[in-house]
Design a protein around this ligand. Structure first.
Ligand SMILES: *Cc1c(COP(=O)(O)O)cnc(C)c1O
Length: 384
């Protein structure tokens, strides 16, 4: 084991975050208390949406979003294979089938033309993924969704704080989802949210996270009953976020601009340091978007050099990762009948990519060490 280890992602928790959580632990409400609404308001404001519904993971948010759109058995969603498995899995939970369409070779973002080609009469939703924190090509995707009469969903788990044509990420689609896992831009430990301008989708998501039970007088089937009355209107889950997690999230949201600035600075330093380096390509962000820099992904020009470079970096204590294996290549998906070769651009992208350390708490010292180590390892591997 190398004596130094720089992870690819890490939370940044400060004393005031800890104080905020401790205050809730000393209060009357550990869950279903006042912090949830305050956290949701901060998330809605940051994404420029009317509603945020906090849940206990990004995966639960995907499940709730797809459910709110009425996705069920026999339906299909079209999405990118360069994503975390949950984007597809949540469709499987509902008996629907994820259909994977190819990506742009420069950005790894869903290619609107490929998405269109993958649509069938069974397609219910188009699910964009803001891979690495760069918003997807929303003008083209929204146009496609409108023309084909399907819902546009955004998996914005990476992009909180990014923007598309000057508008905050998470506000481009009919419904978007966020994740607050520790490696994401802000954290609640585990957690996620559904963000939308739609009253109906927000209402559905808030029922879904609490067993399908409705307490909002406006939404009851039987409006004549007294105040204690509530109805289980559909089958839901317990997907609630706790109050102490919401307090952590609220405390973290106040730091979002600082966290984003540090991530952007790390990205700038990497791109500058690697600009002249033969054998690797640095990430591309289209000029009409601002990335939240969840990931900084380099690609080896020759896919055969990826594994040697990965090994060389790991051996020197750089906690590099691969984001992502195309979802349909996993054994479970193969078992469902998905086959290799379906998205050749994504497969090549995946075969050449390496995620470098990228997080707000990355020290100057570890950043310098990573840059130096990558430059040496690339020269060594390419020169072999
Ligand atoms: C993290 C992530 C999710 C799932 O979020 P969890 O909070 O871990 O359940 C979904 N999609 C993408 C693209 C992610 O990166």
């Amino acid at each position: 084991m190398p004596d130094r280890y720089v992870p690819y992602g890490h939370q940044l928790i400060e004393e005031d975050d800890i104080d905020a959580v401790a205050a809730v632990l000393r209060s009357d409400y550990l869950t279903t208390g006042p912090m949830i609404g305050r956290f949701e308001a901060a998330v809605a404001a940051a994404t420029g949406t009317r509603h945020a519904v906090a849940v206990n993971s990004g995966t639960a948010a995907l499940h709730a979003a797809y459910h709110a759109l009425g996705i069920g058995p026999g339906d299909e969603i079209v999405t990118s294979p360069i994503t975390f498995a949950a984007t597809g899995n949540a469709a499987l939970y509902l008996g629907a089938r994820p259909v994977f369409a190819d990506v742009d070779s420069d950005t790894g973002l869903l290619d609107p033309a490929a998405a269109e080609a993958a649509m069938t009469p069974r397609t219910k939703a188009l699910v964009a993924v803001d891979y690495t924190g760069t918003p997807a090509s929303y003008d083209a995707l929204a146009d496609l969704a409108t023309r084909r009469g399907v819902a546009l969903v955004a998996d914005a788990a990476h992009s909180l704080g990014g923007s598309y044509k000057g508008k905050p990420a998470g506000g481009q689609a009919l419904v978007s989802i966020l994740s607050f896992h520790p490696v994401k831009t802000i954290t609640t430990g585990e957690g996620g949210a559904i963000v939308t301008d739609s009253d109906a989708i927000a209402g559905s998501a808030s029922r879904f996270r609490t067993h399908g039970i409705e307490r909002d007088q406006e939404r009851l089937v039987d409006k004549t009953r007294p105040a204690w009355y509530h109805e289980m209107q559909e089958l839901g889950y317990n997907y609630r976020l706790t109050d102490f997690q919401s307090a952590l999230g609220l405390s973290q949201m106040a730091k979002l601009p600082r966290f984003l600035a540090r991530r952007a600075e790390v990205a700038r330093r990497y791109s500058e340091a690697f600009a002249d380096l033969a054998g690797i390509e640095t990430p591309v962000v289209p000029p009409d978007r601002v990335s939240a820099w969840h990931l900084y992904v380099i690609r080896t020009s020759d896919p055969a050099l990826r594994d040697p470079l990965f090994e060389a970096l790991r051996a020197r204590g750089i906690g590099v990762q691969v984001h992502y294996i195309p979802v349909y290549m996993h054994p479970y998906y193969r078992g469902l009948g998905y086959a290799a070769g379906a998205c050749p651009v994504a497969e090549r992208f995946s075969a050449s990519c390496i995620s470098l350390p990228m997080f707000a708490g990355l020290s100057e010292n570890d950043l310098d060490y990573t840059i130096e180590t990558v430059r040496r390892a690339v020269a060594e591997v390419v020169g072999r």
